[in-house]
Design a protein around this ligand. Sequence first.
Ligand code: AHR
Length: 500
Amino acid sequence: LSASVTVDPAFVVGPVRRRTFGSFVEHLGRSVYTGIHDPEHPTADADGFRGDVVELTRELGVSTVRYPGGNFVSGYRWEDGIGPVEDRPRRLDLAWHSTDPNLVGVDEFMRWAERTGVEPMMAVNLGTRGVQEALDLLEYCNVPGGTAWSDLRRANGAEEPYRVSMWCLGNEMDGPWQIGAKTAAEYGRLAAETARAMRMIDPDLELVVCGSSNSGMPTFGAWEHTVLTEAYEHVDHVSAHAYYYEEDGDLASFLASAVDMDHFVDSVAATADAVRAAGKHTKRIHISFDEWNVWYQKRAESRPPSGDDWPVAPVLLEDRYNVADAVVVGNLLISLLRHTDRVHAASQAQLVNVIAPIMTEPGGRSWKQTIFHPFALTSRHAAGEVLRLAIDAPTTDTARFGEVPVLDAVATHDAGTGEVVVLATNRSVTDEVTLDVDLRGFEGLRVVEALTLSNPDHTWSATADDDSSVAPRSNATAQVADGRLGAVLPPVSWSIVRLG
Ligand code: AHR
């Protein structure tokens, strides 16, 4: 198969946003306990945070980290997680049928975020709680001092306010599984009032209202319309969540998952714009795609414990990712970048152990899953502006999406350094794609580095003993001649070509 692409510096979608490369840490399974936090680990700091995980998070190139949930947040009492650790209560976590010992709370998380160099993105509980508790947490985090909650923070060791900018107004409130789930009208009112009151403390907050939990929800579209009609003037972003997995051996549809993400973003943007027009609003609402990833939700390890079993940090959602999963993750990042005009933030769900690029053994080794690589490389090298591409590619038939182009790609251009980065996925299950990229809009580009992630066995996955064999390899077929980049992309592959 062959495909042609034209890249031109004039066709700018918008800036590459660092917040596209966010992640997520939820009190779920071994994400916090034995994930980021493991006092017994040889690299643990005074708070018990693993140094090796901090280093891997930095290498992954994570910008923001959403915390503390997720479904967990809808039953969370944030006050349980402050003050002397030995005095903190153990609580049932109903979302994941676990026990939370509250060894990590907001103060520890903020110290971890600072040490890791990430921007914290907090979520408030709008499931079992409401406006007042959200205000209390905001006061604790962002008010410099002189009030009960802010002085308590100072007494707990944080003299300076955390000044958290991004706040999620609850989590997946459209989902029947959510503690305190609501109708769109109920939630829209609560979100609007919570946002309005939070802005009385800090008008500069960036607030994320809950959109749909996935594009297959029966209320998808209608939910966003109702919620935004209530809350439009009080919020900045609407959330989107999407998880993909290979179902019943249908690899072709799975590889085309980004088609659904494209549809999701376009639909939510259109709905937000419709509310904008009807409400005669001037500002635009942007999308925070604050949960996305590959997640094999039907596997047994996604099922929480039951009965009287309420374990601390059980093994939950510990998906082992293969090459095809990494190719899909790379393609989902292409989709997010392509929509940089509307997607202003995103969080891969999640960071450690739970559907995660980073895995840990309690007290022991940490290692990278296959999906680590496309995220880290895209985060490291995508810079400057995202360019709109003209792509001419053959199609492949999929059961879920019909005919889809075998090639998906995006490019970025950093006018400062002159570097152009082409990110491309070959979604064909069987055929390689010979790529021809017209670069004549630029002068004198040559290949700085070309890497391809693929494997003759697309089910190959990393282990603690070997997490490097599947790292992307140099692609020697990538060459520039006469202003054109040529490259051969193997089937089921993701590639990055840096040109400078
Ligand atoms: O990321 C795992 C879970 O997926 C989150 O807790 C929830 O928000 C979503 O359904």
